[in-house]
Design a protein around this ligand. Structure first.
Ligand SMILES: [Fe+2]
Length: 580
């Protein structure tokens, strides 16, 4: 292989333990010289010139290994030979492991290496070379082992290129944290006229390709566009990511066999579309490929004695089709008992039986001080009076009636804040009519959620649930059906996707008005901010968790700042899981 100048080959013996090749059809894990079970068959003479245009990334670190990633853009068709190195210093004077291999059009010229032989809890730098060119350097960190006193993360979701600039990614690139947890909607599948695209052209962020994503080539091109964004590249280069997909990596409101935004009559077989989307996802994201099936992404990461992070798939692997309130309403009026019976149907699943068994096993075996679920959709009970849904649910009304919605909200808040003994029969009926507002979330699969929370509580798990998907920020106390405290939930807002404050929904002024009111309406909900883009920062210690919802001023200009006045922090004591 080509030698790097100025390398001190202090640890090249270690490199002989090099990297692992994980067999997977279409895998972009490259063969590496120095690998114990793989070999570099690439011929430097056959390599075509190429450039690094999509940055670098790392992810899924363990105590002794981490995935590093890049992508090359070839100047002509052919194979591209890649060299990589991992060092303990940013100048790369002390290289710990290095290797080489090749990539090709078969994996869209992406490159993924599972670098082994690393030390626990250690900061590393990595970079790639081809054709005399060197990529930028990335920074990553392995997981600690044994006694661990702190861990810190940024939690994000829902990065929508046409909706605005990725200022949140820029912001988190500058944070000092151990890792980024990305809860999905890393990209959106829509064409140029799709969701949140009103100002896309004006912002210079019209989507590529200019159609809804349906083919492997489409999905690859969209990833390439997103990864051309300098702010996203900066975030990846700064931190290892733990990523799961949500629905938009395939199509809106997906379930295991279909999606709201998929019409088999005009868009073909959903399972084929799904597998193409998943192939591109594995090619373009720094995720360790599974050894068995490509669509299994649930997995565990441990920070020594401190916490187990269980990344889940509530979207693709097992989810039954969502209900909509159409299923339970006549002439726009919801049959509350029928709806509740649907949500509490014990045969419905969000995780699927295999993942659920895996999760129960992980919870049972965990001896960590905290158990964290990194997953897509809100897990708390977010129930509001049926009248509010009847006014605002687009499935029930041709046009959202904001006046009616505000009146219903104020009436409901009035009823809820009145002591039960003093409520009028109408007020009590309002309170008694509470049903979930989001049937795509765990609320639409209430039986399975309640079983899971009861199980974790019986085990004494110290449960922290992280959720994305809603594009707004939430903090909730999770409880069992008996009212016992089961844990806490933090829902992060979005990187750029509009939430309830979006033009097609409440708009920013109404969303600001609704935010404190819904807190008074929903049991267990301690905080909601329905306005603004940002992220959650969260720190764990053996005694407590401190989580802060952070926001930026705008995604519609690159000239932004952190909106410090909007930040809100919560603390959770491990002893009692109470939110303060
Ligand atoms: Fe989203």
């Amino acid at each position: 292989m080509t030698d790097f100048p100025h390398l001190k080959r202090r640890s090249l013996i270690k490199a002989l333990a090099g990297t692992t090749l994980i067999p997977l059809l279409g895998s972009n894990l490259i063969a590496c010289s120095g690998s114990s079970n793989g070999s570099d068959n690439s011929d430097p003479a056959l390599s075509v010139p190429a450039d690094f245009l999509h940055g670098v990334a790392s992810g899924d670190p363990l105590t002794d290994r981490v995935i590093i990633w890049t992508r090359v853009t070839p100047q002509s068709e052919g194979q591209v030979r890649i060299e990589w190195e991992v060092a303990s210093d940013p100048a790369f004077t002390t290289v710990i492991v290095e290797g080489s291999g090749a990539t090709s059009a078969a994996v869209d010229y992406t490159v993924k290496v599972d670098v082994e032989g690393l030390e626990p809890g250690t900061l590393y730098y990595y970079r790639f070379r081809t054709d005399g060119k060197t990529s930028e350097a990335g920074k990553t960190r392995t997981l600690p082992e044994g006694s661990t006193l702190k861990a810190s993360f940024v939690v994000i979701s829902c990065s929508n290129y046409p909706a605005g600039y990725f200022n949140v990614y820029r912001e988190i690139a500058n944070q000092e944290v151990d890792a980024v947890i990305h809860l999905g909607d890393y990209l959106y599948e829509y064409g140029p006229e799709g969701y949140a695209s009103d100002r896309a052209e004006e912002l210079g962020r019209g989507v590529e390709p200019k159609n809804e994503l349906l083919s492997l080539s489409d999905y690859r091109k969209r990833y390439a566009q997103y990864r051309s964004d300098a702010d996203l590249q900066a975030a990846h280069a700064a931190h290892p990511f733990f990523i799961v997909w949500d629905d938009h990596e395939v199509a809106n409101d997906g379930w295991s066999d279909g999606a709201e935004n998929h019409d088999p009559d005009t868009e073909g077989d959903y399972s084929e579309r799904k597998m193409m989307a998943i192939q591109a996802w594995y090619e373009w994201l720094p995720v360790r490929p599974p050894t068995n099936m490509k669509d299994i992404i649930y997995r565990r990461f441990s920070w020594g004695t401190l916490l187990d992070l269980l990344m889940l798939d509530t979207r693709v692997i097992g989810r039954d089709q969502q209900f909509t309130y159409d299923d339970f309403a006549t002439d726009g009026i919801i049959d509350v008992n029928k709806a509740r019976a649907g949500f509490n149907d014990s045969s419905r699943t969000l995780l699927g039986s295999e993942q659920l068994e895996w999760l129960r096993g992980q919870l049972s075996q965990s001896s960590a001080q905290w158990v964290v679920l990194g997953q897509q959709v809100l897990a708390g009970r977010y129930s509001v009076p049926a009248s509010l849904i009847e006014a605002l649910d687009p499935n029930l009304t041709d046009e959202i009636n904001l006046d009616k919605g505000v009146a219903a909200l104020l009436a409901a808040v009035g009823a809820k804040s009145t002591p039960p003994s003093e409520r009028t029969p109408e007020q009590q009926a309002l309170v008694d009519s509470a049903v979930p507002y989001n049937l795509d979330a765990w609320d639409g699969y209430g039986f399975e959620r309640d079983q899971l929370l009861n199980f974790a509580t019986q085990l004494g798990s110290k449960l922290v649930v992280l959720a994305g998907d809603t594009h707004n920020a939430w903090t909730s106390q999770l409880t069992t059906t008996d009212g016992n405290i089961a844990g806490v939930e933090f829902g992060c807002t979005s990187v750029s996707s509009p939430g309830f404050d979006g033009a097609g929904l409440l708009g920013p002024e109404n969303a600001a008005l609704f935010s404190p009111l819904v807190v008074g309406l929903i049991d267990g909900l301690k905080y909601a901010n329905l306005v603004g883009r940002g992220y959650l920062s969260i720190q764990f210690s053996p005694e407590d968790v401190v989580a802060t919802h952070r926001f930026i001023t705008t995604v519609e200009s690159k000239d932004y700042a952190e909106d410090q006045s909007a930040s809100v922090s919560f603390t959770v004591q491990r002893e009692n899981l109470l939110l303060t």
